[in-house]
Design a protein. Structure first.
Lengths: 579, 579
């Protein structure tokens, strides 16, 4: 350790002063050749890079799943890298609901971004600031540093880029329902989780005060969760466990008055999961005494009451103690503004192509929750595909001709593969055969109209990817790989044939690999939906799930912290201090 | 575990419904005799206590060192106990400076008060509220519940008492110096420490921003600590370690600009310690590059500058990044108001007698930092002491007469013992002999004037106790013991003779036992001042110190948490996330 830091010291001195010869002499005397060679090598590298052609500037906005995954996987010696984010840490969001009740501590699920930077080659810069304007015309971003609310200190600055990687995630969506912003908690950031934790304890302390009647106590202990998605459901489950396992002992006199209620506009909760999981969760909540209001829309939230409506009941209000709003995500203002500038003003979400390049710009990429891939449709390109495939210009495609472009075709239009799978067909030939009716496999030959007809429905399989950590992380590492191979692939492109245009695409398009999804339901119960329609429901351990999840993104440090938190909880229960 | 909670269930059902016979029958059938006997015994006890003479109401204000120590040691089955405090936890303040830099986590140094209550007999009530008025005339306190600043929820209520134990500690003292309240951090509460931690990180992030010149960076990294007492010194040391051990690696480009400065109005820091310790600390700070400004008074603090003055320099200002104010303690407003009501309006601190009873009230006690013991002077009582001792009314005291009251005399006026010790005398007889000059020990006989003359200087040894956790904790447990023995001692008083009045005092007066004081100075260095002028300086481990300190007040839970924090820091360093 000491030696390594001496090393660092020395090589820094080297870079700083470039007193190359002096140092070589001193060190050769002091420490022998090995060390010199090392320092030498380092300094050569540094010299080369600082005197050589200047590196391209890569600016990363955001330190969430997508941004951090990009940063981790990027060969940072190739670029001049700057990271901009209002948070100087990465947060492992799947454990956020556990922070709300102290099952896990906030600090255990965050990793300082500078820890990550330190382990990488080259000098990476981090600015703790928020980007409030993207200026694609001048290739720069406007940033603002904001300290704690009461300090009044703000500062703005500009950062130029050659490549911009937007990974700023999404904001909580209130659908502009009145009073939500002011009166509800959200669960997006670590601070949100900490606030919720304090608020839960406050509700219990408030309900325990001497001068309240029973109705007031009940009101204080009425916890409302709006939104039956995974986050809302998991928070409800965590809260239920916290109340029944820990708070029941500490607040015996009011514990019986607690009511946890989940309000969901749809007919069921967890609709993004398989029906069996959704049903299982609903039944478990019923057994736990969690009140499930499906088919209810919240229309207003005041300081004391929450107003909702359903078809059968009409509008009515309920007093509540604390409300958590978790109904999905929306686009951040800075992205809305950016979209207007680049002609995407009429879209709901920022669109990228399959290489994660923002449509309509140059050198700007977007990954994670802040953008959505707009998959090119087969129908739009059918004539071009046909033209390229029809090498002999015969006006028909033979089996051989089709097979020659098949790999590129599937790579460029992944919906084709999905479509075949959905039809339980093994290849495009089967599809064409099926569409033509009688012809035998070998003899098949299609003209453009037949080709178009056979592929009509293929685009129905275009799917938007879910806004999950898995997608964001995969996009980040995919993009980093592209950046790492930028030089190589200029000469040796590795992507599919360009059907519109000539040659090949520089890279393969992004492809998402789904590893399954997990829904913790409290009381050590959980449901998992794995690829290929596998479902697993029951008594599962969060440990297992976490170890799968954590495998890539999370450092050993945070892993140990989380495990030590679980151990603490196991031994001592959760902490109930209001802080 | 399950069995125990079934037990609790059952016995609660018992108490709630008093369906005594029904339950006995059911349970005898269901579970056999052992269980019934237990529930029976519990319920008898409960019945006795709720149907017997109503218990006296003890109200405790505050859950700090004094209040918690009182609560822990009180036999709570004897009283109807209510605890009122704005914090529902006890905080182990000696580790607060470590929280400012993340050496220890905030949650590891707090213990939920309800955890403590749960382990005690009888039903203790806790109200999370602040007492804003004490009303001794009507024997009640006015309380206010205040939630998080933005909720706007406040509620007031009244609590009656038979005995009131005031243990609300002190507030930070700004000496009304302009701008201190608004611009400085304090270090009294857990939240303060958390804010400081965030603020330190903010300063580093701010200093790293791209658009600053070197002066601005330096300003942001200028940390000012006002006050060279143990808290200020320890914070400075912690900050220095944090910066040099962790932040230097994460912020290599700005690390060199950091300046830590301690401003102290007196000539030295740590003046409450032995000179050798004070000197050692000053030298260590010098070696560490901590800037020590002794003999400087701060006269104003603005948002950007701190203004100070010394005899030699006159007034001047310095830009700063963050300032921590730690110059001692003052009286809380509610106590100031209370003092006015009970005729103590012209005093600086609330006075109690040697039994910790607030002077001028009935049934009100004060412990810890919020009060100070006003030790009765010997001179004031000299005639009465003489009268009581002179059993034969001869007008002179013989050796025998003196020896008969000696124990009571020393117990009532501890300054006597201290005075003898300071003069290196072994008994009062030596003192009298010394004062009379010639007489031999056996023949000694003194009249009132000789007695008065000999004792003239004794009161110079009256000392106010320091505002420390040790004093507060000892006062709390002393008072609890008195409460526990209240009944017994009414008939069999255990205190010294009443020199003014007749009979004996019900209890012995409070006596403080000093176990030494510890000053962590950073870098695993520490100084300890032990009783009897022992001093120990050098490379000490905080572990040892903590294990001594923690021995009584702290649960196994928090002890393990602290140790696990230290282990984490040892392995991974401190966390640098801004949160
Ligand atoms: C409570 C909760 C639980 C979840 N559980 C799961 C789960 O179990 N599994 C799963 O797959 N997914 C889960 N998700 C979803 C997952 O967290 C998101 O899909 C993922 O975080 C998206 O990654 P991202 O990088 O796009 O955005 P984020 O992770 O949100 O990161 C956005 C980053 O951008 C920064 N930023 C914001 N505004 C600006 C700005 N103006 N300028 C610069 N930077 C900015 C933010 O500070 C942040 O660092 C959960 C989400 C939540 C809220
Ligand atoms: C940073 C720091 C480090 C320290 N280190 C040491 C050390 O190493 N060794 C040592 O001996 N001492 C140390 N001390 C001093 C020690 O903490 C105090 O002497 C001790 O806390 C005093 O105990 P207390 O119970 O009187 O007050 P506190 O511990 O301050 O407790 C006061 C209690 O009253 C509550 N309260 C406040 N206002 C009201 C109200 N209006 N109504 C009801 N309740 C109220 C508070 O919430 C709190 O619970 C340190 C102090 C600090 C701040």
């Amino acid at each position: 350790m000491r030696f390594a830091s001496f090393f660092d010291e020395v090589s820094r001195a080297f870079r700083d002063r470039t007193a190359f010869f002096k140092l070589v002499v001193i060190m050769a005397g002091a420490s022998g050749g090995g060390l010199v060679a090392y320092a030498d090598a380092r300094s050569d590298l540094d010299l080369a890079s600082s005197h050589g052609p200047t590196k391209k500037k890569v600016v990363i906005l955001g330190t969430g799943w997508a941004g951090t995954s990009f940063l981790r996987n990027l060969d940072s010696s190739l670029y001049d890298v700057q990271v901009i984010s209002p948070r100087n840490y990465f947060a492992f969001t799947p454990l956020l609901p556990s922070v709300t009740c102290g099952t896990v501590e906030a600090r255990s699920i965050v990793e300082p971004i500078r820890n990550i930077m330190r382990k990488k080659k080259g000098e990476i810069k981090f600015w703790e600031a928020e980007c409030f304007k993207i200026d694609p015309a001048n290739k720069r971003v406007h940033c603002r540093y904001t300290t704690a609310p009461n300090s009044g200190w703000t500062d703005e600055f500009l950062v130029n880029y050659d490549y911009l990687v937007i990974a700023i995630g999404a904001r909580a969506n209130t659908f502009n329902i009145p009073g939500v912003e002011e009166n509800c908690h959200f669960l997006k950031e670590v601070e949100d989780a900490q606030k919720i934790r304090r608020s839960v304890m406050d509700c219990f302390e408030r309900a325990s005060l001497p001068n309240l009647d029973e109705d007031e106590r009940k009101k204080n202990l009425h916890f409302v969760i709006v939104g039956g998605g995974p986050t809302g459901v998991e928070f409800a489950a965590e809260l239920h466990d916290f109340v029944s396992e820990d708070l029941s002992k500490l607040y015996p006199s009011v514990y019986g008055l607690v009511k946890i209620e989940v309000i969901e506009a749809g007919e069921h909760i967890l609709t993004m999961f398989d029906k069996r999981i959704s049903r299982f969760a609903e039944e478990k909540f019923q057994r736990d005494g969690i009140d499930l209001k499906t088919g209810f829309r919240v229309v207003k939230v005041s300081e004391k009451e929450i107003t909702m409506a359903s078809k059968s009941t009409g509008e009515f209000s309920e007093p509540y103690g604390m409300a958590v709003w978790s109904t999905g995500i929306g686009t951040r203002p800075v992205i809305v503004d950016f979209m207007k500038q680049i002609g995407q003003g009429n879209r709901r979400v920022l669109a990228t192509d399959e290489w994660l390049r923002v449509c309509g710009c140059d050198g700007i990429y977007a990954v994670g929750d802040c953008a959505s891939i707009s998959q090119r449709k087969v129908v739009e390109d059918i004539a071009e595909i046909f033209r390229i495939a029809d090498k002999d210009n015969s006006g028909t495609l033979t089996v051989k001709e089709i097979q020659d472009v098949l790999e590129d075709f599937c790579m460029r239009y992944p919906q084709l593969e999905l479509y075949l799978k959905s039809k339980r067909m093994s290849s495009i030939l089967e599809l064409l055969k099926d569409s033509k009716g009688d012809a035998t496999k070998e003899a098949i030959e299609v003209d453009i109209e037949e080709f178009r007809k056979a592929l009509t429905d293929v685009d129905s399989q275009v799917k938007t990817l879910p806004a999950t950590a898995q997608v964001a992380a995969q996009q980040g590492s995919y993009l980093a790989r592209c950046f790492n191979k930028m030089k190589d692939t200029e000469e040796h492109p590795e992507g599919p044939l360009r059907f519109r245009g000539s040659g090949r695409h520089q890279f393969r398009p992004f492809r998402y690999k789904h590893f399954g999804q997990f829904a913790p339901l409290g009381g050590e119960q959980a449901a998992a939906q794995l690829p290929g329609d596998w479902i697993s429901i029951g008594h599962s351990s969060q440990w297992l799930w976490y170890s799968v999840y954590a495998s890539k993104q999370v450092s050993w440090r945070t892993r140990l912290l989380v495990i030590s938190d679980w151990t603490k909880r196991f031994i001592f229960g959760r902490d109930s201090s209001c802080m």
